[in-house]
Ligand binder design. Sequence first.
Ligand code: ATP
Length: 293
Amino acid sequence: TNIFFRPIEKINAIIESYPKGYAGFKRYIALLDTEPDIMDSPHAKPLDDAKGNIVYSGVRFGYDDERPVLDGIDLFIKAGETVAFVGPSGAGKTTLCSMLPRFYDIQDGAITVDGEDIRDVQLSSLRRQIGIVQQDVFMFSGTLRDNIRYGKLDAADDEVWEAARRAELESFVKDLPEGLDTIVGERGVKLSGGQKQRLSIARMFLKNPPILILDEATSALDTETEASIQRSLYELAEGRTTLIIAHRLATIRHADRIIVVTTEGIEEQGTHEELLQYGGHYANLHGAQHTYI
Ligand code: ATP
């Protein structure tokens, strides 16, 4: 499942880019529906310029009361570290990551960023510290400029170009007769899957958050596009605390740490080499399948 990034101007935004069609749209709406429950506490303070140290302690969460998806999760992620979560479908990797921007509130335990309980900081400032890149890229009907500036609404054109360059979207935009003024979406220029991914990466370069959640694409891009997008993502992750919800073994090899999540919780963690040597779940996954988990 996917984490849906909250649109800044969701009322005005026209959602027209859902590869998964109506089902995706419904999930998006379901998520918006959860929002009123999550509010700033009266003493909430701003969290600005986070370093990105993240701690989960004794975290429990379930979508319903009977069946916790996460139970007793303890996790310490150092600022700047890249951590990849792998494990069977439905184990709770996405759920675990979506607790951080408070898409849902945990039912027991605590999550802190730089030592601050995330329930004690202003939600808007918490979410400014977190960037999300996912396979379903949220796009609205408008110019390419505005779609890229979705990462930073007041960005000047030179910043937009710089973000496009770093996301390897620059030559595509330059080749369009209208450049950044090109209308994209349903009635405008259609973007390919790879270009949409690049657009969302460009947004993140603009937003420049200390913490990044990468929800790795499961839908196939061609191998070459995939590899070049990986390069952009590596560059984006540089210097940030990065949580990857991984679906491909090949792309997580170089993570600082790989965490295997099963329905039982965190089963094992370590570097690629350590986990291979350990000969557990990860080693089995790796032996069984070289590309996909
Ligand atoms: P995948 O690799 O398939 O993306 P995952 O490890 O990320 O899986 P989650 O998406 O976190 O797993 O799902 C964990 C469990 O929670 C699953 O049993 C799933 O059906 C359930 N779940 C996920 N999202 C919701 C939701 N919005 N409402 C109810 N149950 C949910």
